[in-house]
Design a protein around this ligand. Structure first.
Ligand SMILES: Nc1ncnc2c1ncn2[C@@H]1O[C@H](COP(=O)(O)OP(=O)(O)OP(=O)(O)O)[C@@H](O)[C@H]1O
Length: 513
């Protein structure tokens, strides 16, 4: 593939062309960092959500679901720390008048060092072939070690400065590293300031009684405030979890990179309530479990890595990201956070209501500790979509565009194609659609030559094309074509359901965890 920018542009235009993602309010020139999911996008998104829900809720006896409201009592956000501390450090360039997140500018600088490391690794792997030992190379090659140490030192200093609210040092770091405005190159920066990311609104009709509200910036707080309701009504015993998917809103300063960073997005979060003192074990366990979930989709072990945080949020005693190799480099896809008892204790203080659990085994009451797994649904969508989009050169010299979505997530599982629009073939194809649609999302397509229809379905990500031809009239068999290998098999119509199920069944995918 061409360079990263070109690849990313292809992802964005393909998402539009094949009915996955549209810019919101496009006829009014769009709304920045807000997107709509189109006919195929809504299915892919639903399938990702279901895949997560099944893995987290259905497969765990001790995890239950919740759907809390987006609006919450405003004191929630005082207690959670969002009113005081949900800020991003921003910096303006005086010449280009562009605004950036200071920490992102610095992280991008470190990302370039990481890219240099990857280049060195690729070069050495080529040179040494089978005898190449990547671990040893990373640990001993002086140039690579130098880049790594420099990157770590920069992130460490930034982490400390942000933790100590020393914004002057963050600016100094940008100056010392000679980071320029990505747009203009200018190094003429303002001071770094904090900017709160919550969107405010009002509830109530009259000006005197209206109450200031916030659109929730994370779904987690809806779980915390309901913790005892769920525990008591579900008779849950610690350790147990509450899972939720839903919209969150953040007034992001730098809203770019398509659906990677949006102002309205969806999260899939699970809060796991544990005995104080056991949180580190659970944290490690959830890190591992969540990585396995990602790997079960078969998108390549090399495309994931953990990033353990040095700079911890006010509520956490440990935190790590699962990063994915997006077209623009490794970036956070999911966060796993050991949130201590911060949230529940703080809600206890602010509400005056007890948030404690009586542990019958210890015969003791306590505020549980919490380990959270939090993944952006839209970001997961981008990971899957961008990874799946490939251009393949075929033997005859032509190029085919294929969206190799994991079959379990594909919006349409099979397209049923009559070879020609006559001789009773469309009727048989329609009958197959009628039969399969009870189990799978399937499509009927009779327009254009069959080769073009295959390409259309390849690009839309449909794992199977089923072609009804004249032989079907004699022996009730059809051709089933596999998207990724382009292999074709002759099979009985009666066997179609089982063949498709084998490939798209959630169980078969989750069993790989
Ligand atoms: N603006 C956003 N648009 C899309 N997804 C988001 C956005 N902000 C967060 N997420 C998703 O929600 C997950 C959990 O949120 P969390 O608060 O941990 O993110 P974060 O650390 O603030 O993310 P980032 O550092 O990228 O801003 C993230 O891992 C990401 O997948």
């Amino acid at each position: 593939m061409a360079n990263q920018d070109d690849q990313f542009k292809k992802v964005v235009s393909h998402a539009k062309e094949y009915g996955y993602v549209f810019q919101s309010s496009e006829i009014y020139d769009g709304l920045s960092a807000v997107y709509d999911y189109a006919q195929n996008g809504v299915e892919l998104k639903k399938n990702i959500r279901d895949y997560w829900w099944k893995a987290m809720v259905q497969m765990h006896e001790n995890i239950v679901g919740l759907d809390a409201a987006i609006f919450m009592h405003p004191t929630t956000w005082k207690a959670s720390g969002h009113i005081d501390a949900f800020n991003d450090p921003l910096i303006d360039n005086k010449d280009s008048k562009k605004r950036y997140r200071a920490d992102v500018l610095i992280e991008d600088y470190v990302g370039k060092l990481d890219a240099k490391i990857e280049k060195e690794v690729a070069k050495a792997a080529k040179r040494f072939g089978d005898s190449f030992d990547k671990e040893q190379f990373l640990a001993t090659n002086p140039r690579v070690v130098g880049y790594k140490e420099k990157g770590d030192a920069i992130l460490h200093r930034m982490g400390k400065s942000l933790e100590n609210e020393d914004l002057a040092d963050v600016k100094l770091l940008i100056e010392e590293l000679e980071i320029g405005c990505p747009l203009s190159g200018s190094k003429n920066w303002t001071d770094v300031k904090q900017f709160n990311l919550m969107f405010g609104t009002k509830i109530g009709a009259s000006a005197d009684t209206a109450m200031d509200l916030y659109l929730r910036p994370e779904t987690a707080q809806g779980i915390f405030v309901n913790f005892l309701n769920v525990q008591k009504t579900g008779r849950m015993k610690i350790p147990f979890g509450i899972a939720q998917t839903g919209k969150a809103f953040r007034n992001e300063i730098v809203a770019r990179q398509f659906i990677f960073r949006m102002r309205e997005f969806e999260q899939m979060e699970m809060q796991f309530f544990v005995r104080p003192g056991t949180q580190k074990e659970w944290y490690e366990q959830w890190k591992e479990t969540r990585l396995k979930w990602h790997l079960s989709l078969g998108m390549g072990e090399d495309n994931y890595r953990f990033h353990d945080h040095e700079k911890l949020a006010h509520y956490a005693d440990a935190a790590a990201d699962i990063e994915f190799r997006f077209p623009f480099g490794f970036k956070e896809l999911e966060g796993i956070h050991s949130r201590t008892d911060f949230d529940l204790s703080s809600h206890e203080k602010h509400s005056g209501k007890k948030m404690q659990y009586f542990d019958p085994e210890l015969n003791e009451r306590y505020v549980p500790y919490v380990v959270e797994t939090s993944i952006g649904l839209d970001r997961m969508f981008l990971a899957v979509f961008s990874h799946s989009l490939v251009e393949e050169e075929l033997e005859n010299g032509t190029v085919r565009t294929v969206l190799k979505l994991p079959a379990v997530l594909a919006p349409t599982k099979a397209a049923i194609l009559p070879l020609v629009k006559k001789d009773g073939l469309p009727e048989i194809a329609r009958k197959i659609v009628e039969d399969l649609k009870w189990d799978f999302n399937v499509a009927y397509d009779e327009k254009d030559a069959v080769g073009r229809r295959y390409r259309r379905q390849d690009a839309a990500g449909t794992p199977f094309c089923i072609t009804v031809d004249h032989n079907t009239l004699n022996d009730d068999t059809v051709t089933i074509r596999h998207r990724d290998t382009m292999e074709q098999q002759r099979v009985k119509i009666a066997d179609l359901k089982a063949i498709i199920k084998e490939e798209v069944d959630v169980k078969n995918w989750l069993m790989k965890m």
